[in-house]
Design a protein around this ligand. Structure first.
Ligand SMILES: Nc1ncnc2c1ncn2[C@@H]1O[C@H](COP(=O)(O)OP(=O)(O)O)[C@@H](O)[C@H]1O
Ligand SMILES: [Mg+2]
Length: 204
């Protein structure tokens, strides 16, 4: 059994009412983030910092799909490298930086260059025949060297078109760039905007 497989087996979720709360984790792991389908942890392996994504039971199937998509994207500087995958987990590069969501929370400025780099990242994925989807603020990371990394690629094989990134870009150029628009936004506002956007999208 690999170290990552052992660590992932020690992560325990309370799956009651599909809430998927983290109940326990081994001391080698540090919590890095939570999404709809998994918790992500930071840990050291062979003196490298890696990310271990451990999926919730009902999303285990996605682990396999996401691993094969990361394989297709290997070689692109815009995506974390995949090291290992198992029935319910993935090991990828840990990306030190801020998600675009955190940039808005902390007031870290978002620039035209960052937006253009995301476009370049998505273009690279399209060249391999993928359909970049689910591109939102929590799935985009900017490093301290201003490099852009796109994570959470599981939905890149869906055929349905997804306008989230185009909508975010419109909001960036028409709202965010306006001199009077606040560059630091409170969590509650961001959560309300994300909630209203999702509600609108679900109704079309
Ligand atoms: N490779 C990584 N490096 C650093 N942080 C990460 C990495 N992968 C995920 N995260 C953090 O964990 C959160 C959830 O991960 P994500 O892959 O988006 O899960 P989900 O598929 O459930 O949305 C992200 O929004 C981000 O904050
Ligand atoms: Mg995500």
């Amino acid at each position: 059994m690999t170290a990552a497989k052992k660590l992932s087996s020690l992560v325990e979720y309370n799956t009651k009412k599909r809430k998927n709360k983290l109940v326990s984790m081994p001391p080698e792991l540090v919590l890095a983030g939570k999404g709809r389908s998994a918790y992500v942890f930071k840990y050291n392996e062979a003196s490298e910092v890696k990310a271990l994504k451990v999926f919730f039971p009902e999303y285990e199937e996605i682990a396999k799909r996401e691993a094969s998509i990361y394989q297709l994207l290997s070689g692109s500087k815009y995506y974390p490298k995949l090291y290992e995958s198992g029935p319910s987990y993935l090991v990828i590069d840990y990306i030190e930086g801020h998600t675009f969501f955190e940039c808005l929370l902390k007031g870290v400025p978002i620039s035209d260059e960052m937006i253009n780099e995301v476009d370049a990242a998505l273009q690279e994925a399209r060249k391999t025949g993928l359909n970049p989807s689910d591109i939102h603020l929590r799935n985009l990371i900017v490093t301290k060297d201003k490099e852009i990394k796109v994570i959470d690629v599981a939905r890149f094989t869906q055929t349905k078109s997804d306008t989230q990134w185009e909508d975010l870009k419109k909001a960036y150029y028409s709202l965010y760039k306006h001199p009077l628009f606040p560059k630091k936004i409170s969590r509650i506002w961001l959560e309300i905007i994300a909630y209203l956007y999702k509600k609108k999208m679900d109704s079309v």
